[in-house]
Design a protein. Structure first.
Ligand SMILES: Cc1cc2nc3c(=O)[nH]c(=O)nc-3n(C[C@H](O)[C@H](O)[C@H](O)COP(=O)(O)OP(=O)(O)OC[C@H]3O[C@@H](n4cnc5c(N)ncnc54)[C@H](O)[C@@H]3O)c2cc1C
Ligand SMILES: Cc1cc2nc3c(=O)[nH]c(=O)nc-3n(C[C@H](O)[C@H](O)[C@H](O)COP(=O)(O)OP(=O)(O)OC[C@H]3O[C@@H](n4cnc5c(N)ncnc54)[C@H](O)[C@@H]3O)c2cc1C
Lengths: 569, 258
């Protein structure tokens, strides 16, 4: 059995639950069938296992170096990316007129998960390129698409997203990089970008940066931001553009991906779309990008869990509590209740998280006003919940390995370090909490939240034995949301936003477990028993966590606002 | 160049494999894949086509379920496939399988036939030789390198000691080892294209072969019994008390390793 990821679980979720095959009835996906979906999943697994997984640790131990001239990366990365590009996975989801295969998002997401689980560092180059290409496809001109997107799809160019700056991370309205319009219609870009993943390397012929900057004279705030295409090398002359690598960041994890400080020094940039709409274009891609981060967190948690499970079945240690005979042989640790606690909790997190990211991806495949609204509400949860809880699965994986898990002899400590990033980039957990409670549940008069809770309650009603507590929790969340916003005082409403995100997240995952439980109904065998067990575990052991969180929110507690930071010491 | 690649579907050697009650390979309850070595034959065929032009046809003798492997093979890039399928084939031995393959190959008149050097289920390594005999073409077997120069084929034939260089003119059959190349993965585009590639179905009747020439009825030998390889035993422990080296050498000698 693969320790990278679980094809069995993907098949269950895609076909036994989400009925991905039914998507082929839509005109956009008419060329597809279960057969092509399966073939894509097969190839993804093969490439991930053979070309990505083997150098996961090598990349971690040999992070990219910079000698002042060039960035050096272990050669396995470029080989893996070449194979990845040749497979055509990046373009697979694009429309046929751009050389795509119109593959449903949900299947493409399942394919990507193999790579994210096998080697998050190497796959990041491909994911960034995919995001960049996708944005240009949506908002670029035909000429920009043929100049930049096509070479990215062929694997000749890679892409980055340059939003953050040293002084502007969570708050992009403070972006200070400047753009000055030239007579020839191009712009000159000046400023410093921070944290740019894949910002420099020799893995591709060219790197296409998408840079958020403020055109001279534009207003302050997000409305003054525009988006620019800034290639590392000029396409016309092949000379270096004014993009200078000021240094590499040395990270806790994700070490296979270069992370850079970039200085833009009179770099030539091309405007994407219209001036002042830069952040809007970025946000258009945001749901997808955030599902991507949630998926990355699921993938790393999942592979950690699979490693822990295999280890727990092999590792002999201790004897059953009742066994008094010291000469009796030691038992596999998987028989100890506390080890089972960690494994079962992890199973419920990673399989619950996986269900959520696939559910969200499928909403993209079936666009409708209702589905779009639902996805908007779910997005902060899809991003933040797996980042926290699937990371906890990696934490458990270390614990299950005991002392060995704390060493570099075993891969689980790397999964943990790699996964730690997901709570930080693409908007921190704290920012997701504000987005959920401050915007998503209040927008359209609360219609999004109402829709989500309706769906949760509908599932709960159809699941008599486990649905009760889930329905109760959904009702409570509705009441708490109303209480929080009753006074209309945003500062007061949002003071405990993270508690709200935690509660809403656990409720949504409980729903995902009821759904899986229903899909397993009447089916026999260890796999389905496992689904029923984890559903029961989540509802009985995990869901109750949200009671105290909602109590706190209901109480209107404002401790965190009223305190003085001087008191922190 | 008209190239035919022989592709056999086999039970995945990485998974649990067994025989059915009639001692035939249990194909129904195993997960089936393209015989690994045949992927190298496909890759070699595609490389030759890319360099010299021509057409690549996949030929499979196997049950209905073998279509999965045929589609997978086509998704790597070949142009079309021929699938010989007939219930009477169940239980066929290597001689009978070769007869059927030869009959199908005659309908295709290839310049070059490429095959794996062995399959992971039968492992008899005889099909290419038998086909050469039946078709009256040259057999260049066990290739680790193949060069095509017009109608002249040159092969580096892998042996235990090194390699031999052998040549022949087309038409010929070349069987390959996994040292010859690095098979490509099917691309996503290739997967979509494979759906539309023609797969010609042939029965024994189409090939003028009668049912009693193949299957258990026509088998030239019979499987009487099979047993699983005995489980590995603990092995011999050598404790070094100053004479560890001698003990090791005498162990190796007793096992005829030295
Ligand atoms: C490895 C890595 C890769 C990255 N890759 C990229 C990339 O490719 N492109 C790119 O543009 N960026 C990238 N980033 C940047 C990333 O998106 C930012 O680090 C992130 O948005 C947080 O910004 P910051 O680091 O400036 O932290 P800050 O914004 O300073 O936040 C520090 C803390 O304060 C909290 N906080 C900040 N504001 C608020 C608020 N209003 N309310 C409540 N809490 C708040 C945050 O939640 C956080 O806990 C990457 C970062 C890392 C570490
Ligand atoms: C005495 C005997 C009895 C047998 N009885 C049975 C039985 O009862 N049931 C059973 O299932 N099997 C049986 N077999 C095994 C089997 O059917 C044949 O041996 C097999 O089809 C051909 O042998 P191989 O694939 O191992 O040949 P190899 O010579 O090892 O194969 C070399 C290459 O030939 C090509 N090739 C081989 N077979 C095919 C094919 N069918 N289609 C396309 N290309 C092919 C492939 O490229 C392969 O890589 C028996 C074999 C023997 C010797």
């Amino acid at each position: 059995m693969s320790k990278v990821f679980s094809r069995r679980d993907l098949d269950f979720l895609l076909y036994e639950w989400l009925d991905a095959e039914a998507l082929t009835a839509r005109e956009r996906f008419a060329e597809h069938s279960r057969e092509t979906f399966d073939a894509f999943l097969d190839v993804s697994q093969q490439i991930a296992e053979r070309d990505f997984a083997p150098h996961n640790r090598t990349g971690d131990l040999n992070e990219p170096t910079f000698d002042g001239e060039t960035v050096t990366i272990i050669p396995e990365v470029s080989r893996a990316l070449r194979v990845f590009a040749e497979s055509g996975l990046i373009a697979a989801g694009f429309p046929a007129e751009h050389g795509g295969l119109q593959l449903p998002h949900v299947v493409q997401r399942a394919c990507f998960l193999w790579f994210q689980a096998a080697n998050t560092g190497t796959s990041a180059y491909a994911m960034l390129t995919a995001g960049n290409a996708h944005l240009l496809l949506a908002h670029g001109t035909d000429e920009q698409i043929s100049r930049y997107v096509h070479p990215m799809l062929e694997g000749r160019f890679t892409g980055t997203m340059c939003l953050s700056e040293p002084q502007a991370g969570s708050s992009l309205s403070d972006v200070a990089t400047k753009a000055v319009r030239q007579d020839d219609g191009t712009y000159r870009i000046n400023g410093g970008k921070m944290w740019i993943s894949g910002g420099d390397h020799e893995l591709s012929e060219n790197i296409i940066h998408l840079v958020l900057a403020r055109v001279e004279g534009a207003p302050a705030g997000v409305k003054g931001l525009s988006l620019f295409i800034v290639p590392k090398k000029r396409l016309d002359t092949g000379e270096r553009n004014g993009v200078v690598l000021a240094g590499l960041n040395h990270k806790m994890g994700y070490r296979g991906t270069t992370n850079t400080v970039l200085a833009f020094d009179d770099a030539i940039g091309e405007l994407v779309g219209e001036e002042g709409r830069g952040l809007a274009y970025m946000f258009h891609m945001m749901n997808e990008a955030r599902i991507g981060v949630g998926s990355g967190a699921v993938a790393l948690g999942y592979t950690g869990y699979l490693h822990a499970l295999a280890y727990a079945r092999e590792r002999l240690q201790g004897r059953p509590v009742g066994d008094k005979d010291p000469a009796a042989p030691p038992v596999p640790i998987v028989t100890h209740p506390d080890v089972r606690r960690m494994l079962l909790a992890s199973k419920s997190y990673v399989e619950g998280g996986l269900a959520l990211v696939l559910y969200a991806a499928k909403l993209l495949d079936e666009p409708s006003p209702e589905n779009d609204l639902l996805l908007d509400v779910l997005t902060p949860i899809v991003k933040a919940w797996p980042s926290q809880w699937c990371r906890l699965a990696d934490d458990h994986a270390i614990q299950v390995h005991g002392g060995y898990g704390y060493t570099r002899e075993y891969p689980v400590e790397q999964f943990y370090r790699d996964n730690r990033l997901n709570s930080i980039h693409e908007g921190t957990d704290g920012i997701q909490a504000l987005d959920l409670l401050g915007r998503k549940v209040t927008m359209k008069g609360g219609a999004g939240l109402a829709l989500l809770l309706d769906r949760i309650i509908a599932t709960a009603d159809k699941t008599p034995d486990l649905g009760g507590p889930v329905k109760k929790a959904a009702d409570r969340l509705a009441a708490t949301t109303a209480t929080l916003w009753a006074g209309g005082d945003a500062e007061k409403a949002l003071v405990n936003a993270t508690a709200y995100l935690d509660a809403a997240g656990h409720l949504v995952i409980a729903w995902m477990w009821l759904e899986q439980r229903r899909a397993a109904e009447g089916k026999e065998g260890a796999f389905y028993e496992g689904k029923r067990l984890a559903a029961q575990y989540f509802v009985t052991h995990e869901l109750p966590r949200i009671g105290p969180l909602l109590d706190l929110l209901d109480s209107g507690d404002t401790l965190l606002r009223d305190m003085d930071d001087a008191w922190l010491g | 160049m008209n190239i035919v690649v022989l592709v056999k579907q086999v039970p995945d050697s990485g998974a649990e494999r067994t025989l059915s009650a009639d001692f035939s390979v249990d194909r129904a309850s195993s997960s089936n894949v393209i015989n690994e070595m045949d992927e190298y034959a496909i890759e070699e065929a595609l490389k030759i086509k890319e360099a010299h032009g021509g057409e690549v046809t996949v030929l499979t003798v196997g049950p209905a379920g073998a279509t999965d492997s045929i589609r997978k093979a086509l998704s790597m890039g070949p142009d079309k496939a021929v699938h010989v399928q007939d219930d009477a084939l169940h239980g066929s031995c290597a001689v009978a399988t070769s007869k059927v393959l030869a009959a199908a190959l005659r309908t295709l008149s290839p310049d070059l036939i490429l095959s794996g050097a062995e399959s992971t289920d039968g492992r008899v390594q005889v099909v290419p030789h038998m086909l050469a005999e039946l078709l009256g073409v040259a057999a260049l077997t066990g290739a680790r390198k193949l060069t095509v120069d017009g109608s002249q084929l040159t092969v580096e034939r892998q042996t235990d000691e090194g390699y031999e260089v052998v040549t022949a003119a087309t038409p010929a059959i070349v069987s390959v080892w996994d040292t010859i190349n690095e098979p490509r993965y099917p691309s996503f585009k290739g997967i979509m294209a494979a759906k539309k590639k023609p797969v010609q179905a042939l029965t024994l009747g189409d090939l003028g072969i009668s049912g009693d020439e193949v299957g258990f009825a026509g088998a030239t030998s019979q499987v009487l019994e099979f047993n699983k390889r005995p489980a590995r035993t603990g092995g011999a422990k050598v404790v070094d008390e100053g004479n560890g080296g001698e003990q090791l050498v005498s162990y190796l000698a007793s096992e005829k390793f030295v």
